[in-house]
Design a protein around this ligand. Structure first.
Ligand SMILES: C[S@@+](CC[C@H](N)C(=O)[O-])C[C@H]1O[C@@H](n2cnc3c(N)ncnc32)[C@H](O)[C@@H]1O
Length: 208
């Protein structure tokens, strides 16, 4: 990492990213084609962009966020000063027009449970438009199966989320699967991750 631009202490860090970045890298490394162009939705601090571009040489990573969080990502992007780590773009999944397209993959961590179901529907509309044929959608986070939480920790997280925003909360895997199918995105893998999280990997059909 280039330490001339800002010190590591200035950079925004959340502990959950430090814990999950390696397991996420392992899954991404398994599925992403070489030199993939990746769009990240809801990049948060920008830590995943920093870590993935460090460990997946040749990758081109486009972070995005709501306007109020773009500065955090910019701090990481300028600190890393790496060709594959692009300056962040503003993206609210509810926007009709997304700021970039023609991606080989879309990655998003901990956004699906953070937003409402209508926002997840908008996310899929946008993803289906900006992914190339055969492209991948990779969604990291917790999901319910058969209408059941998978851990006490996820019950607590869901309660916390709904207190903040009653429309948010952990989504049903089966509902997400049905929504994905409507957009010609088919489940390729459902990877178990630490702390009762999953990475869902969908692939866009070659032809619609
Ligand atoms: C729980 S945080 C996850 C951040 C990061 N991906 C991580 O794993 O640490 C959820 C993120 O979703 C973003 N977000 C919320 N609503 C959004 C929307 N409508 N469109 C895009 N991003 C949104 C928030 O700004 C927030 O950074």
């Amino acid at each position: 990492m280039n330490n001339e631009l800002g010190t590591a202490e200035d950079l925004p860090v959340v502990d959950s990213c430090l814990r999950n970045q390696r397991p996420i890298l392992d899954v991404l490394g398994q599925f992403l084609p070489k030199n993939a162009r990746v769009l990240e939705i809801g990049s948060g601090t920008g830590q995943h962009a920093a870590y993935m571009t460090e460990h997946l040489p040749g990758i081109c990573w486009q972070p995005t966020e709501m306007s109020e969080r773009l500065d955090e990502i910019t701090l990481w992007q300028q600190h890393c000063n790496r060709a594959g780590f692009l300056p962040p773009l503003e993206l609210d999944v509810c926007q009709d027009i997304w700021p970039a397209r023609d991606f080989d993959a879309v990655f998003s961590a901990n956004v699906v449970h953070f937003v409402s179901w209508p926002e997840v529907e908008r996310l899929f509309v946008g993803v289906a438009r900006c992914l190339n044929a055969g492209g991948l959608l990779m969604l990291y986070g917790p999901y319910n199966y058969d209408g059941q939480f998978t851990s006490e920790g996820n019950i607590a997280l869901d309660g916390w989320l709904r207190e903040r925003n009653p429309e948010s909360g952990i989504k049903d895997f089966e509902q997400v699967l049905l929504l994905a199918r409507k957009h010609h995105l088919h489940l390729r893998a459902d990877e178990e991750m630490p702390s009762n999280n999953r990475t869902l990997v969908f692939q866009k059909a070659d032809t619609e």
